[in-house]
Design a protein around this ligand. Structure first.
Ligand SMILES: C[S@@+](CC[C@H](N)C(=O)[O-])C[C@H]1O[C@@H](n2cnc3c(N)ncnc32)[C@H](O)[C@@H]1O
Length: 210
């Protein structure tokens, strides 16, 4: 992924508020525009490092909510006690950890591939991660639940939007102000999932989160 040496105004503002990364402003704007997060919800955060979305979500869902946050990378950010962080490949955890804690009222994915500079290849990999996240929303999201997924703009975008429309009664396309001007990323937001979860609900032996 590209690195940015000089902290910009969004980065400084995020740090001043105690968030590890500027990405918090993207979720905050989406939340404000679609009323995404509420107290008591169970939320899955895919691609959570360094932890800004997770921290923001924990604040919004409060002590009665629960967050399961997953990333390939470790996180240094301390999360409140209503959150559980798992380090690993989300795609490999789908049938186990992610399913064990379903159903979720919100599925978030800010997952992004390591970019190579080849725009077509990067977009294809971004679509692959997006599709996986959407499949998690389909299988593990409650009826009426919401979804936020990041995707890089490119040839697969319209397919991604169509697939999201099949699952949700409302689909919004949001490019928050916090997205860097030279970035191809965009967020598809699904609201009011039409169907119940497809995966089995948690068994009595599944560990609770946290
Ligand atoms: C833009 S960052 C997420 C920022 C985060 N939302 C925040 O607010 O701090 C994208 C993350 O996706 C993660 N990621 C990419 N592929 C993944 C996968 N297969 N499983 C889990 N995490 C993944 C990367 O490790 C990276 O940390």
């Amino acid at each position: 992924m590209a690195t940015y040496k000089r902290p910009d105004h969004f980065t400084k503002a995020a740090k001043a508020r105690g968030f590890p990364a500027r990405s918090v402003f993207k979720l905050e704007e989406i939340d404000r525009r679609v009323r995404l997060l509420r107290a008591g919800q169970k939320v899955l955060d895919l691609g959570c490092a360094p932890g800004s979305w997770s921290l923001y979500t924990c604040e919004r869902i409060g002590p009665t909510g629960r967050l399961l946050a997953v990333d390939l990378q470790p996180i240094a950010q301390l999360l409140p006690s209503n959150a559980t962080f798992i380090q690993g490949d989300a795609l490999a955890l789908a049938e186990t950890t992610l399913a064990a804690h379903a159903p979720y009222q919100v599925v978030l994915s800010d997952m992004a591939p390591n970019t190579t500079g080849n725009r077509n290849a990067d977009q294809a990999r971004s679509y692959h991660l997006y599709s996986f996240a959407l499949s998690m929303a389909a299988r593990l999201g409650d009826q009426g639940s919401s979804f936020v997924g990041k995707i890089f703009m490119g040839p697969d975008f319209e397919l991604a939007r169509e697939q999201t429309r099949e699952l949700f009664a409302q689909v919004r396309l949001i490019r928050p102000e916090g997205v860097r001007p030279n970035s191809f990323e965009i967020f598809l937001v699904g609201l009011e999932k039409r169907t119940p979860p497809l995966a089995p609900l948690p068994s009595p032996t599944a560990p609770d989160i946290p």
